[in-house]
Ligand binder design. Structure first.
Ligand code: CP
Length: 316
């Protein structure tokens, strides 16, 4: 946390939501809400990042996070460079830090980093110049802080509160950085009950998700909840033998309309995407009236605008 915050208390890097205060999180959500516009209206634009350069460096695939960081930076007036890592000199053996130093020499002010290896955003944050910020766009299975913020904002918009809510996080919790960041942000913001629902093979270790009730049945796990947060089966983080059979998985853990009826009638359905339709979620639920999945995507741009603006504003 000390690495993340400047001595004046402002946010310098965003590497994790773990340890952030409720006031810090609420301030970011309030700032993000100002950037939210209904789909169909022109997006909010400003010049608050005029003269700033943002570099997106993704070594794992991404659609939403990469596009929304790029749009967020451009809508605030920043220059953006998207490093195609697989076409960069990294493939000739250049190290991550030499790549960072090279881009710093090109006046990059903010690095947005997604990496399959744990510790990479933190390593970069330890080596950049004092005026430079590092934002994690997803770190291994550990952390996806802007996803956690956009999920919290989506819940707040739908439910107008966090206190007393019951949230079920369902699916491949073991491999999910989304679930870990959701746990950190929702716990700090006052959500009363967080359940994790997964087959035994996809449950996290006993030392993780402390305080969450564990369910190995979807019907029991989502009974009476306000929020159903579905997760993708992360085949890329499993050995082939561990990957569940799609039909059997849907039969036991797939969210169908019939199953959703066990949650509260006004429950919302979330999914960070990409979705495996017909495996963890039925299409009529993903596209149905209780789904806020596209709101999550819209809020992703707003949250990333808020985080970019906050780390740059704090420099002054
Ligand atoms: N939710 C999420 O991180 O999506 P992408 O992998 O497409 O960025």
């Amino acid at each position: 946390m000390t690495l993340q915050t400047r001595t004046n208390g402002t946010l310098r890097h965003l590497l994790t939501l773990e340890g952030m205060t409720r006031a810090q999180l609420e301030a970011l959500l309030a700032r993000a809400q100002k950037f939210v516009k209904p789909i169909g209206e022109p997006p909010v634009q400003s010049r608050s990042l005029d003269g700033i350069t943002v570099a997106n460096m993704f070594t794992e695939p991404s659609t939403r996070t990469r596009v929304s960081f790029e749009l967020a930076a451009k809508r605030l007036g920043a220059d953006v460079v998207n490093l195609e890592v697989q076409l960069s000199s990294r493939v000739k053996g250049e190290s991550m830090l030499d790549t960072i130093y090279t881009l710093e020499a090109c006046h990059v002010d903010v690095f947005v980093i997604r990496d399959a290896e744990a510790g990479v955003p933190g390593l970069v944050a330890e080596h950049v110049q004092p005026h430079v910020s590092v934002l994690s766009a997803g770190e291994a299975h550990l952390s996806h802080p802007t996803q956690g913020l956009l999920d919290a904002l989506t819940i707040l918009q739908a439910k107008k509160k966090f206190d007393g809510l019951k949230v079920a996080i369902v699916g491949d919790v073991k491999h999910s950085r989304v679930a870990r960041s959701a746990l950190h942000v929702l716990t700090t913001l006052g959500v009363g009950e967080i359940r994790i629902v997964a087959p035994r093979a996809l449950m996290p270790e006993a030392g993780e998700f402390v305080g969450c009730e564990r369910f190995t049945s979807l019907d029991g796990g989502i009974a009476g909840v306000d929020v159903v947060m579905m997760l993708r089966i992360q085949k890329e983080r499993m050995a082939t033998a561990q990957i569940p059979d799609a039909d059997r998985y849907f039969a036991k853990f797939g969210l169908s309309a019939e199953r959703l009826a066990k949650a509260r009638p006004d429950a919302i359905v979330m999914h960070p995407q990409p979705m495996n339709r017909g495996i963890e979620i039925a299409s009529d639920v993903a596209d149905g009236p209780q789904s806020v999945i596209r709101d999550q995507v819209r809020n992703g741009v707003a949250v990333r605008m808020a985080v970019l603006e906050a780390v740059i504003e704090g420099r002054h």
